[in-house]
Ligand binder design. Structure first.
Ligand code: NAX
Length: 331
């Protein structure tokens, strides 16, 4: 039998935490043959709720779940973990300054970076979900220098999946037949959902999304804003932010990273920029990537038109601003 993989979920007593832990325990993240040990971290005010989640995990009798650690101690939570899904953070509350929210998250991610750096397994792969996701991941990278920078990523897969969903709805085709959309940039409303290279599988082969939709006004307008604003639309409808779709996307992100992307298919991941596509190095920016044997690589050589260029640069600019705001909080 395989050795269990240790999966850390921070903010485990929260909404996304509650949705993702059963997925991990059922093999949705790492496959149906991979036993797991769940490490769940939350903070003191949520300690009772976290206990409740642990009770439910026991009650669910998941065959793949070989152990549960539920704790408010960061060191205990990070000990030996192979995968770290960072969902815990400080949410923006009404009337709060951007700088105050940033400063709270910078100190959380600085501390958790140090704990991961010292106590996680050397091959640990990190996914930051908590907002501001790209910048939290960047801070985590800065304060965990011994974790390879390619092992620190943030979640834009939810945005990617939302884009697939919109195209599938519009064309009335199966979502699994749509592929190779791209989310560029920040997991924020400046993100650029790009369909210029996306295709749909049809009975007469793969066709470009642009050709099938045949409505550039929609693709360059409402499609983009719908994907960018989807989070807000969910909050409006549910009075709570996206949780099941976020948890599912986080599982997709880790699964594809660890087990590989299908041949000819790419996905979007927030990764440390190496300067590809003229995006400044030193940012965690969402790119199209393929994954093989536990490693991602940015898809190269895609043609970028002027419309895309402007949108890719605008979201990079926002990330540079977030980065300087985050750094100003360190002093
Ligand atoms: P919740 O408020 O339901 O849960 C957050 C949990 O984190 C709480 O239980 C809280 O006690 C805990 N927490 C706070 N500080 C902590 C710390 N220092 N260490 C450990 N745990 C801590 O929020 P939820 O709806 O689950 O969302 C979690 C985060 O995901 C938010 O930051 C949210 O903005 C972000 N999202 C990111 C998405 C993405 O695609 N990247 C999409 C969904 C989501 O909005």
């Amino acid at each position: 039998a395989r050795d269990p993989v240790r999966v850390l979920v921070t903010g485990a007593a929260g909404q996304i935490g509650y949705a993702i832990v059963p997925m991990v325990a059922r093999g949705v993240m790492l496959g149906p043959d991979q036993p797991v040990i769940l490490h769940m971290l939350d903070i003191e005010p949520a300690a009772e709720a976290l206990k409740g989640v642990k009770m439910e995990l026991i009650d669910a009798a998941f065959p793949l779940l070989k152990g549960i650690i539920a704790t408010t101690d960061v060191v205990e939570a990070c000990m030996g973990v192979n995968i770290a899904v960072m969902v815990g953070g400080f949410p923006r509350k009404e009337g709060m300054e951007r700088k105050d929210v940033m400063s709270r998250n910078v100190s959380i991610y600085k501390a958790q970076a140090s704990a991961l750096e010292k106590h996680a397994a050397p091959d640990c792969k990190v996914l930051v979900v908590a907002n501001p996701a790209n910048t939290n991941a960047l801070i985590l990278k800065e304060f965990a220098p011994s974790i390879p920078q390619k092992h620190i990523t943030c979640l834009t897969r939810l945005d990617h999946n939302r884009a697939l969903g919109q195209i599938s709805q519009r064309l009335d085709v199966e979502v699994s037949d749509v592929k190779n959309v791209i989310i560029w940039g920040n997991h924020s409303s400046t993100q650029y959902p790009d369909v210029n290279h996306a295709t749909v599988k049809t009975s007469s082969g793969e066709k470009p999304v642009r050709e099938l939709v045949a409505d550039d006004k929609w693709l360059n307008g409402d499609f983009i804003t719908t994907v960018q604003q989807r989070g807000a639309a969910i909050i409006k409808a549910r009075k709570l932010s996206s949780a099941l779709s976020a948890a599912s996307a986080a599982c997709d992100h880790i699964r594809d990273w660890v087990l590989g992307t299908p041949k000819g298919t790419w996905v979007s991941m927030g990764v440390y920029s190496d300067g590809s596509y003229g995006i400044p190095p030193g940012l965690i920016y969402s790119f199209p990537v393929t994954c093989e044997k536990g490693k991602w690589s940015i898809v190269q050589g895609l043609k970028i038109d002027e419309f895309s260029r402007g949108k890719m640069d605008a979201t990079a600019k926002e990330l540079m601003e977030e980065k300087s705001l985050a750094y100003s909080c360190l002093n």
